[in-house]
Design a protein around this ligand. Structure first.
Ligand SMILES: *Cc1c(COP(=O)(O)O)cnc(C)c1O
Length: 474
């Protein structure tokens, strides 16, 4: 050990001495005593280790204020939330990785109201006796959908699992081969089927399935005919599928229930907002389905939930299944969903009040106006190493809704001025935007970094531009 190393080692301040300073007191007020003590100890240990390994350490590094500045930075990072808001400028409106549907303010208020204290989640205020958490939603939903009965679980994957377990345990369910889908991650229909304890009987081929395929497959072991909305892809070309009406008739002729997993089903005709048509829960039931299931946080625009609607006797059986208890919604979901249902009761104003529908229906000139307003602050923040262009682009609906449909939109595209190392430069750019206090998520495409502005609404433009001074492209 050299003299300077040992003198540096001996002049590292003690934890106690550091904690008695005014800087430390500020930190303790902000973060709490124990987290500050732990962070100081870690920093001092790192200093000693660096000295032992003869790494570059100087008198500045061991000065009390500098130690505490490092501790502050470290606590800031460690204690900042892992889950946080981001700007979704990917061009995919219902982005599963980015939390899908943004909620209306009313729904957020409703969540806050029931979360702050006690609420009548399972308490009947009329009788003063124990109640049922599902009553807050079931009748309203049944009325909106025009269904005999409804029940709700945590998400649509759970809804599918529960329907199969409650109605098809150890029995056969007939599904077309063209519908044995995988929806991101681990949701694959054949796997869900087997986990639910049901036996999958696949019929037809990938591209074509006919009524006789179903007829020939029906046996004494069959308990359900199921249709899964192929929500994230389209089969094109030489194709044939059996219509919902024909499948319903076929199932009913054999005394079997016909069940449709709609995925991103809606409760209103999207054409009224200038959007492509997506089958609604009402249409599914009208076509003869005995049960239909769909997500709460896809096109419906609400909280994560799975909704099952249809025949009262089947819903009663599902509600009695013990798995229902393991999949029940919490009070926050119920509060948010109840608000969403209230908004759906007034379809004329849905496009303004449900953010998902508002974003999907947003007109290109409105998006263009955002582009015009933010392009100059963006240009300033980027400096002369980059140029910025306005481009037409196409947004996707996402979450497997209407997979082949695109919505005309506007993007700001950032391109590095250097012609070499463009790939690396674009990755750095994307990293810099992701590192902002409210991360901005775009996409790299055709030698540019694309920010599709569909989901940057006027009221959020200031929040977007004001943080650009912190953009650091490394
Ligand atoms: C999205 C989807 C599911 C899963 O729904 P979650 O609400 O994400 O659990 C199931 N089936 C279909 C057809 C879907 O599109």
């Amino acid at each position: 050990m050299t003299d300077s190393t040992s003198s540096l080692l001996s002049s590292i301040p003690s934890v106690d001495k550091l904690l008695r300073t005014a800087d430390a007191e500020t930190l303790i007020n902000a973060f709490g005593r124990q987290p500050v003590i732990n962070a100081v100890r870690d920093d001092l240990a790192a200093l000693r280790q660096a000295l032992a390994k003869k790494e570059d350490v100087d008198a500045n590094d061991i000065a009390g204020p500098n130690i505490l500045a490092r501790v502050a930075a470290r606590l800031e990072t460690d204690l900042s939330p892992s889950l946080k808001p981001v700007f979704n400028l990917t061009g995919t409106v219902l982005h599963t990785n980015l939390g899908r549907a943004p909620l209306p303010e009313e729904a957020i208020d409703a969540i806050a109201a029931v979360s702050r204290g006690a609420c009548n989640l399972e308490y009947n205020l009329a009788t003063g006796k124990r109640g049922d958490r599902d009553v807050h939603l079931e009748d309203k939903l049944a009325q909106l959908i025009g269904a005999e009965a409804v029940t709700i679980v945590n998400n649509n994957a759970a809804a599918v699992l529960l329907m199969l377990n409650a109605l098809a345990l150890r029995k056969e369910v007939i599904v077309s081969r063209g519908e044995l889908i995988e929806i991101g991650g681990a949701f694959r229909i054949p796997d869900i089927m087997s986990r639910a304890g049901a036996k999958l009987r696949e019929v037809g081929t990938t591209n074509r399935t006919h009524p006789k395929d179903f007829e020939e497959a029906i046996s004494a072991k069959t308990v359900m005919v199921m249709k899964i909305h192929t929500s994230n892809y389209e089969v094109q070309g030489f194709t044939a599928a059996v219509s919902d009406q024909d499948l319903a008739a076929l199932a009913h002729n054999n005394d079997l229930p016909f069940v449709i997993d709609l995925g991103s089903g809606t409760m209103t005709d999207l054409r009224r907002f200038g959007l492509p048509h997506e089958p609604t829960a009402q249409e599914a039931l009208a076509s003869g389905a005995d049960l239909v299931s769909f997500s709460g946080d896809k096109l419906l625009g609400g909280p994560q939930a799975g909704i099952i609607a249809g025949r009262a006797d089947l819903i009663a059986k599902i509600k009695k299944n013990p798995m229902k208890r393991a999949m029940r919604c919490d009070k926050m979901t119920i509060a948010a969903l109840e608000t969403i249902l209230r908004l759906y009761a007034d379809p004329d104003r849905l496009a303004e009040r449900i953010p998902t529908l508002r974003l999907l229906a947003r007109k290109q000139d409105d998006i263009q106006a955002t582009a015009a307003r933010i392009s100059s602050p963006l240009d300033t923040a980027l400096g002369d190493q980059h140029t910025i262009y306005q481009e037409q682009c196409q947004s996707q609906i996402g979450s497997g809704s209407l997979p082949a449909e695109r919505l005309d939109s506007i993007a700001l595209v950032i391109r590095p001025t250097a012609t070499k190392g463009v790939g690396t430069a674009l990755k750095r750019l994307a990293t810099a935007f992701r590192s902002l206090p409210m991360p901005v998520i775009g996409r790299i495409q055709d030698d540019g970094f694309w920010l599709d502005l569909r989901c940057l609404e006027a009221e959020n433009e200031d929040a977007f531009t004001s943080q650009l001074t912190e953009l650091k492209i490394k």
